[in-house]
Design a protein around this ligand. Sequence first.
Ligand code: EPU
Length: 447
Amino acid sequence: MDRSPEPGAPPVLSRAAVRPTSDLAGGMRFIIQGRVPLQGAIRVSGAKNAVLPAMAAALLTSEPVIIEGVPRIEDVLILGEVLTRLGATVEWLDASTLVITADQVRSFHAPSDLVKRMRASFLVVGPLLARFGEGASCPPGGDVIGQRPIDVHLVGFMALGAEVRFDGEVYWTRAKRLRGRTIFMDYPSHIGTENLLMAATLAEGRTVIRNASAEPEVVNLAQMLIGMGAKITGAGTSTIEVEGVERLHGTRHRVIPDRIEAGTFALATAVTGGDVWVENVQPRHLDSLLWKLGEMGVRVEEHGTVLRVDAREGRLRSTNVQCLPYPGYPTDLQATIGAVLTQAEGLSVVHERVYDNRLLHVAELRRLGAEIEVSGQTAVIRGPVALAGTTVRALDIRSGAALVLAGLAAYGRTEVLDIAHLDRGYESIDVKLRQLGARIERRTAIT
Ligand code: EPU
């Protein structure tokens, strides 16, 4: 195949290398003056959890891979740095398009300092192992939201014939060539499925992944891999079949819209009693949330890829939420819906079933006046209560978003500390909220 980017590729505006900036972001905070109903329109960015596997998949070929719809978020910059240190070239073609060329990979060991900052870095192991016969990484870090083992990744690599060794610090994986076979995943891990799917594309013979994750981001990755020449069927169901091929080629791929960002704006609209048009949405990816919004009394209209969320009428009603793997209600919208339910009439029960420690932010919501009791991974929320602004701290990406939503609903001034967490996953959330009329400002440590 022709190794140059496809004809019609956007012009190269700036071939800026991708570099994370979060080391400079310490001490940043949001100041929010609440009680303004959101109004207007915003456009959702490409999905964080779809772009990260797409970037890792670029390691499967020596040809350029163009990824469109890329959000400028910290996690993208960190994974870009991981790929660069492995030897790939990672460049912005324009504000939301990356081109990654992995023709000069010289290391098969993901840098530990970066892997510890972001769990998704572990996604490079499957492609490295499949293409180069070895891939190594330390156990991944990431948000403190519960136990996050990687056993299903490792068991899957071993099932495909890899030798996996842990030396106390690093997992070393090795295989001359992976061999396809049937794998049953103990848990339908999201990035576990992505890692095994990528590994299986270059394995010899047929791989069947049972109890696979059906998240839309897995489907988006499968579409990209098919565009690179992989033979995959069943993505989006619990059984994915892959017929291994000898090599993959470059492609041009578009990242799906971020359903979690879309959901966060829909919930922000609900909590402020606003009326917002959320653009660039795939509504079918958000069925579980739309169902909940309906139960809460929020009107949602679908206009193709635009959702109109209208919460101007009446009070919110309480509801119960169970967080489950897709198509269940997403854990990544658990904290945010919890913040909204503090404003709903009656008792709501939120049951977190994906992670075993993802209710730590409740203590911060309580500081704002929320009435929430936690027992294990279940939160019982009594509403509506008048929240009163104070200083709270973001603990991870999604709990940070929940505190912003609570601040938008609170009387007075709310200060959200450690917002670098939000910058990892939301593209310019403060800018977009201001576009909707919110009074939110970003301050650095000294302003
Ligand atoms: N699990 C295992 N063994 C494994 C892997 C996971 O037991 O080998 C368990 C974990 O302990 C956890 C559950 O499975 O209780 C869910 O983990 P999963 O592997 O599905 O999550 P992930 O793939 O690491 C992705 C997203 C998360 C999102 C989850 C669930 C990316 C980069 N991350 O993580 O996103 O919460 O799926 O949908 O895709 C976020 O965006 O804020 C975020 C945390």
